[in-house]
Design a protein around this ligand. Structure first.
Ligand code: GLP
Length: 241
């Protein structure tokens, strides 16, 4: 595990952006694993800026998002499809037919999960997977207790996750109870993994991550076993270690 400690959110976003930029420039058909939440917003802004400056192109890229809420379609502002269009896809030249986000509304979600895994396999592999972390150590929507062998599947969200994510909805009642997420094994299969953690509200999570044994009770702990894993963390998030 490589740890990159930076001063603040701005530097964290730039450090992640530099890593992704390098991949995009060096790989002919880069496959990006993308995340949602507040943390990657600065990274996406930086990628858009570099695209607009002509420094990078997404013309040959493919992307796979980690997760989506069950029951929300792309028109719902709380959905991750909506988020991705709003924060990144609408502003770059990544072909829409190669910007994959799991569907939360497919009639047969099980079949959809299997098809999603197949699409990743067909793309070769994910060259770089960006991750955030939930306060309970979840990655994607893989809550504590999820098998390390898991592949894309439907999950029941923890109440704590619903509460934290209710800030993106009008009320807690509106937050879906289920989601589709890439599995932990799907994430571990990526060539390179970058976990970004920012802010004082994640200080306990960073401490728990640093001290964690590798255990399904703290899903992110498995990343310590990944051969090409970087944790980028800012000073407020690292303040309790
Ligand atoms: C959601 C997403 C995760 C993300 C987490 C943390 O639960 N499913 O992929 O890592 O939120 O988000 P934030 O960056 O907003 O703290």
């Amino acid at each position: 595990m490589k740890i990159l400690k930076v001063k603040n959110y701005e530097q964290l976003s730039k450090a992640a952006c530099d890593i992704v930029t390098k991949k995009i420039k060096n790989i002919e058909h880069p496959v990006l694993g993308l995340a949602t939440g507040s943390t990657p917003e600065g990274l996406y802004k930086c990628l858009i800026e570099r695209y607009e400056a002509g420094e990078i192109t997404f013309a040959n890229a493919t992307s796979f998002n980690l997760d989506e809420y069950v029951g929300l379609d792309e028109t719902h502002p709380g959905s991750y499809q909506y988020y991705m269009k709003d924060k990144l896809f609408n502003h770059i030249n990544l072909p829409a037919e190669r910007a994959f986000v799991p569907s939360g509304t497919d009639e047969d979600l099980q079949a959809h999960c299997e098809a999603y895994e197949d699409k990743i396999k067909k793309a070769g592999k994910i060259d770089i997977q960006i991750l955030g972390i939930g306060i309970n150590g979840h990655i994607g929507f893989n809550e504590p207790g999820t098998s390390f062998d898991s592949r894309t599947h439907v999950v029941e969200l923890d109440e704590s996750t619903r509460e934290v994510n209710s800030r993106f909805f009008n009320s807690l009642d509106e937050v879906p109870t289920k989601a589709v997420t890439m599995g932990i094994q799907t994430i571990m299969d990526a060539d390179e993994v970058v976990l970004i953690i920012s802010g004082e509200n994640k200080a306990d999570t960073v401490l728990a991550f640093m001290e964690s044994e590798i255990s399904e009770e703290f899903p992110a702990s498995i990343l310590k076993k990944h051969p090409n894993f970087t944790l980028i963390v800012d000073e407020p998030a690292y303040s309790k270690v």
